[in-house]
Design a binder for this molecule. Structure first.
Ligand code: CP
Length: 310
C-alpha cells in the first residue's frame, strides 16, 4: 500500500493498520535522512502549514515545526495567548482567517475533545490533531509505536503496560487504539479512580497492582498525573500515589527481565518516575522525542499525497 486511507490525521481510531504501518515505514526512511549531515529534503517546499496551538506544548510544537522545516514547508505559528481568540473569535473564524492566507495543512492542539474532528468538517484543509483534550494524541502514539518497534523489532504480541492517569490521558487512548490494531497486548494500571469503566471494552486488561503489571510487561509507558484536568481529588496525595505507582530504580532493577521504560513527557520527576529511572539505560524517553520528528515528517508527507517510493 502506498497511500493513506484518510485525508486527515484526527485520531488513531480513524486510521487503519495499513496506515499505521505505512507511516512507521516512511518514518524509518526519514530517520535516516535526519542522520545525514544535511538533514533537509525539498519534499513539501510547495506546501504552507499552520501550527495552531490553543493549549501549551513543548515537545509536540517544536517537533512538528522542526519536521516541517526538514521537509522545506513554509510555516506559520499561532498561539492562542496573544491572539484575537482572547477577544472572543470562534475556532472556525480563527482557522478560516488563517486559511484565507492560503494555508494547505493545519496542525492543531486544543483543550476540547473532538476539536480536530469538528474542524475537519468545517474547513477545506488537511487537519492533524496534535492533542485534543483527553481524547487523542495520534502522533504521540505513532512515535511511541515507532520507538517500541525500533527496540523490540516488532509490535505484534509485545506486552505493553500503560501506567498512571489513564482517565485524563489522550496518550493512553491513542496508544491503546494503535497497539490493539497492530496486535500488541495491553494492560492499563493505576488507582481505580483514574481508570475509566469503559476501558475493558477496548480490549485491554486492568491491573491495579503495579508490581504485577511490571512483572508481566516488555514495556512500561509511565504517564503523568494530569492535575490540570482534575477538578476533584482522585487520590489522597501525590506522595501516596508515588508510593504505589511511582517507578524507582530498585523496583526497575529488581524485575526478572529488562523492560523498556517510556514516558510521553512532560515528566514529573519523583512522582510517576524517579530521576534515576528517567535517566536510566532502560529509559528511551529522549529517543521517543528524537523519533517524533521522523514520525511527524512521515505523517505530513503522506497526508500531502507524497510517497517515499516516488
Ligand atoms: N508529549 C507531549 O504531548 O508533550 P507536550 O505537551 O510538551 O507537547
Amino acid at each position: 500500500m502506498s497511500n493513506l486511507s484518510t485525508n486527515h490525521l484526527l485520531g488513531i481510531k480513524y486510521i487503519t493498520k495499513a496506515d499505521i504501518e505505512l507511516i512507521l515505514d516512511t518514518a524509518t526512511s526519514f530517520k535516516e535522512v535526519l542522520n545525514r549531515p544535511i538533514k533537509k529534503v525539498p519534499s513539501l517546499r510547495d506546501l504552507t502549514i499552520a501550527n495552531l496551538f490553543f493549549e501549551n506544548s513543548t515537545r509536540t510544537k517544536l517537533s512538528f515545526e522542526l519536521a516541517q522545516k526538514r521537509l522545506s514547508a513554509d510555516i506559520v505559528n499561532f498561539s492562542a495567548s496573544g491572539s484575537s481568540v482572547k477577544k472572543g473569535e470562534t475556532l472556525v473564524d480563527t482557522v478560516n482567517n488563517i486559511l484565507a492566507m492560503k494555508v494547505d495543512m493545519v496542525v492543531m492542539r486544543h483543550s476540547s475533545p473532538g476539536a480536530a474532528v469538528f474542524l475537519a468538517k468545517k474547513v477545506n484543509a488537511k487537519i492533524i490533531n496534535a492533542g485534543d483534550g483527553a481524547h487523542e494524541h495520534p502522533t504521540q502514539a505513532l512515535l511511541d509505536a515507532f520507538s517500541i518497534r525500533e527496540k523490540l523489532g516488532s509490535l505484534k504480541g509485545k506486552k505493553i503496560a500503560i501506567i498512571g492517569d489513564i482517565l485524563h490521558s489522550r496518550v493512553a487512548l491513542s496508544n491503546i487504539f494503535l497497539l490493539k490494531k497492530v496486535g500488541a497486548e495491553v494492560k492499563v494500571c493505576g488507582p481505580a479512580t483514574l481508570i475509566p469503566k469503559y476501558i475493558t471494552s477496548l480490549g485491554v486488561e486492568v491491573e491495579t497492582n503495579m508490581k504485577k503489571v511490571l512483572d508481566w510487561c516488555d514495556v512500561a509507558n509511565m504517564l503523568r498525573i494530569q492535575l490540570e484536568r482534575q477538578d476533584i481529588k482522585f487520590f489522597p496525595s501525590l506522595r501516596e500515589y508515588s508510593l504505589l505507582y511511582g517507578l524507582n530504580k530498585e523496583i526497575l532493577e529488581g524485575l526478572s527481565k529488562k523492560i523498556i521504560v517510556m514516558h510521553p513527557g512532560p515528566i514529573n520527576r519523583g512522582v510517576e518516575i524517579t530521576s534515576e529511572v528517567a535517566d536510566h539505560s532502560q529509559s528511551i524517553i529522549l529517543e521517543q522525542v528524537e523519533n517524533g520528528v521522523a514520525v511527524r515528517m512521515a505523517a505530513m508527507f503522506l497526508l500531502a499525497g507524497r510517497n517515499y517510493a516516488d
